[in-house]
Design a protein around this ligand. Structure first.
Ligand code: CA
Length: 241
């Protein structure tokens, strides 16, 4: 059964972006664009997760969070905070938020946070140890741990920057598909990221170098003038020495 997510966000573009990407990922989305309406919806219906903006018409995110917790509702909440607003994060967590995402954010980060919060709640409910249900994606000699942002290559953990990790995860989930720089830009850096596509190239090139440390069963090919493609080879047998 798909998880039900309530998005309380008044900014139409952002609400659409959240709704679109979460729906694509299989979540069932309800959007409220007004504080009071959001609170009512959260209290009347049952959700697995609430994504909550702070600055809202009618009632702000902190007040909504307070009311939810006062009513005994323990649904996990991820708050959306403005850039450079550490105080919002602190207040939000104090009021009972489970996690936060700072605007602007990329789709990759959004999906990672949503899935991590849902998994944590699930684990608490099931009272299970995390080790038993850890999510692992494998590609060639790579093992990718999405919740930990960790990649293991030939048994060795390789240090990736968060954006490199998100690029890799996105490519690995779409093997053989040509992914444009624009796609990567939107997914990893956010739709309103101000910066050139050069940023994408720099990260891919650094990522590629790190992957070359292994047996290269997974490689990132450049498609000239377009973007990138992840290619998986059969395990290469290279003579040692
Ligand atoms: Ca807002």
């Amino acid at each position: 059964m798909s998880h039900k997510v309530l998005v309380i966000e008044d900014e139409p573009t952002l609400a659409r972006l959240l709704s679109y990407n979460l729906t694509q990922e299989g979540y069932e989305i309800t959007v409220a664009d007004h504080g009071g309406e959001g609170l009512q919806t959260a209290l009347q219906r049952s959700f697995d997760l609430i994504i909550l903006d702070i600055m809202l018409p009618g009632m702000n995110g902190f007040d909504i969070l307070n009311r939810l917790r006062q009513n005994g509702l323990r649904t996990p909440v991820i708050i959306l905070t403005a850039r450079n607003a550490e105080e919002e994060v602190v207040q939000g967590l104090k009021h009972g938020a489970d996690d936060y995402i700072t605007k602007p954010f990329g789709v990759a980060e959004l999906l990672a946070r949503v899935s991590a919060v849902l998994r944590r709640t699930q684990l608490q409910d099931d009272n299970m140890m995390p080790e038993t249900t850890e999510k692992i994606i494998t590609a060639g000699e790579l093992s990718i741990y999405p919740d930990k942002y960790e990649v293991v290559l030939d048994g060795e953990s390789i240090p990736l920057r968060p954006k490199e990790f998100e690029v890799l995860l996105y490519l690995v989930q779409r093997p053989g598909m040509v992914i444009t720089r624009d796609d990567l830009m939107n997914v990893v850096w956010g739709f309103d990221y101000i910066g050139g596509q050069r940023t994408v190239d720099v990260h891919v090139s650094s990522l590629r170098k790190k992957l070359e440390l292994g047996q290269q069963s997974v490689q990132i090919e450049s498609i000239r003038g377009v973007g990138y493609k992840l290619v998986m080879h059969k395990k290469l047998v290279t003579p040692k020495g």
